[in-house]
Design a protein around this ligand. Structure first.
Ligand code: NAD
Length: 492
């Protein structure tokens, strides 16, 4: 196994957070078949480390370990599990700087954003630590003579989690903290592009006293690992965040073992600007909603729909704001946008822009000759976007903003819903009747009015249509990992 890269070695206060092994049953594990894969800093294309690709028997060993550990973990009192999770939360916070550095190196996002993600990710651990104490059952008025009826909540069993590279830490804690608080052991398969955040979380989970076998991180060839996880009958829940394409595959692969599925899939968020809005205020908000994480965000404003009466002024303000965005290595200074995750993402973004221009869109800004490296993509603004274009139909997952003018509320509702996705939508207007009408008519799991920020531990995160199944966070997030057992106590 390779040694710690010099870049990382110099930067981490605690180098033990950088692990190049899988973590199974409380042990750092290498691949028994000797296969490994390099992980690259997307800003420089420098290899920052290697991960082992586990063999099938090693994945099954993680399930064996989780099964054995489940007996003790579920038997703990909720407040005992809460204490371990709070210890984990404290350690994540205490190591925020190192976790942010690891994240920026493997994912590319600017350091301040990475620090923000660590905070955000940690906040779910604290939330679910407490929620675990509130998994109440209910008493049901009996329809059966002399019987007492009710429900109790029980952990669903071993939960597997497959997570993406765009939020390498928070997408794990948002799932794992809920599962652990509910009493379930966890097997995480992070994205191969960003495994080191997951492994650092495992190191901190161990230090927090989360017992062996309860939090496992398996690494491997994604399709191989997911087939094993999906077909393994002892895994009772599968939580996935990633593309709709892979989500569909996992539904198919889980059919034979009838798993509980939570799927947080792609988005294609409309950002609707009403005619009453100040174009500058709305344009600044749209820039923030589009370019966060260089557009690699399932909540990114993918289609910006602006009332025709303020369209031109909105475009002018958007262009001006966008021109102020800086693009560069996330480790250096206060850049706004880091690189895309890899070269293929840059090529996909360029193809989406070319497709739009070939179908009549106008490119207002986005000179790629200014890009500071192979994996960088300068922010692009397209106007005159129409529903036939890829930039409308697909989640571009890049800093490519597309603007379309509309003329009425009914028209914009139809436009906004014209997609297979239904994750998040934004509305910018101060007209209360318009807010209510749009909010009710939009086929989305989350609607944010006059606010770019919408997510966090107390609220349910998730989509409708082909954006997924289930909700993470909020009062119901823990239910994804709980079964309801009904009891009927007759003739007591
Ligand atoms: P992806 O679907 O390619 O990968 C996600 C995970 O699936 C990774 O762990 C990957 O290794 C694994 N994977 C890839 N191919 C697989 C296969 N054939 N079989 C099994 N597993 C496989 O997605 P991504 O590119 O990592 O992330 C981007 C996508 O994630 C976007 O569509 C984005 O909208 C979505 N996303 C959704 C949310 C949400 O909460 N709804 C949050 C973040 C990202």
């Amino acid at each position: 196994m390779t040694t710690l890269s010099t870049t990382l070695a110099k930067r981490l206060e605690d180098p033990r957070l950088f692990r190049q092994y899988a973590y199974v049953n409380g042990k750092w594990t290498h691949g028994e078949g000797g296969r490994e894969e390099a992980v690259y800093d997307p800003a420089t294309n420098e290899a920052i480390g290697h991960i082992p690709l586990l063999e099938a028997e090693q994945i099954t060993a993680a399930v064996d370990a989780a099964e054995a550990a489940f007996v003790h973990w579920r038997a703990l009192r909720a407040d005992e599990r809460c204490e371990r999770l709070l210890a984990w939360y404290d350690l994540i916070q205490a190591n925020r700087e190192d976790l942010a550095t690891i994240m920026t190196l493997e994912q590319g996002k600017p350091l301040p954003d990475a620090r923000g993600e660590v905070e955000y990710g940690a906040s779910f651990v604290r939330w679910f630590a407490e929620e675990g104490k509130r998994t109440y059952g209910e008493t049901i008025p009996s329809h059966i003579p002399n019987a007492s009826l009710g429900t109790i909540k029980e952990p669903v069993g071993i939960a597997a989690m497959i997570t993406p590279w765009n939020f390498p830490l928070a997408m794990i804690t948002r799932k794992a903290a809920a599962a652990l608080a509910a009493g379930c052991p966890v097997i995480v398969k992070p994205a191969n592009e960003t495994p080191f955040s997951a492994l650092a979380l495992a190191e901190l989970a161990e230090r927090a006293g989360i017992p062996e076998g309860i939090f496992n991180v398996v690494l491997g060839e994604p399709a191989e690992v997911s087939k094993i996880l999906c077909s393994e009958p002892r895994i009772r829940a599968l939580s996935f965040t990633g593309s709709t394409r892979v989500g569909r595959l996992l539904i198919e692969q889980s059919a034979n073992t009838v798993k509980r599925l939570s799927l947080e899939l792609g988005g294609n968020a409309p950002f609707i600007v009403g005619p009453d809005m100040d174009p500058k205020e709305a344009a600044y908000a749209a820039v923030a909603a589009k370019f966060q994480t260089a557009g690699q965000d399932c909540l990114a404003a993918n289609r910006i729909l602006v009332h025709e009466s303020i369209h031109d002024e909105f475009v002018a303000q958007f262009t001006e704001r966008m021109a102020a965005l800086t693009v560069g290595n996330g480790l250096h200074g206060e850049v706004d946008l880091g690189p895309l995750i890899h070269r293929q993402a840059v090529e996909k973004a360029a193809a989406i822009v070319d497709d739009a221009i070939s179908q009549g869109a106008t490119m207002i800004a986005g000179d790629q000759s200014q890009a500071p490296g192979d994996n960088f993509f300068m922010p692009v603004l397209l106007t005159g976007v129409t529903p036939q274009m890829k930039v409308w139909r697909e989640e571009n997952f890049a800093p490519v903003a597309g603007i379309t003018a509309y003329s009425s509320d009914d028209e914009v509702i139809e436009m906004a819903n014209d997609t297979e996705y239904g994750l998040a939508a934004y509305i910018y207007t101060h007209d209360i009747r318009r807010i209510w009408k749009l909010m009710r008519a939009l086929e989305y799991g989350m609607v944010s009015v006059n606010s770019v920020k919408m997510t966090g531990p107390p609220v349910p995160f998730g989509g409708v249509k082909q954006s997924g199944l289930g909700r993470e966070g909020g009062a119901t997030g823990i239910d994804e990992y709980l079964e309801t057992k009904y009891y009927c106590l007759g003739a007591l």
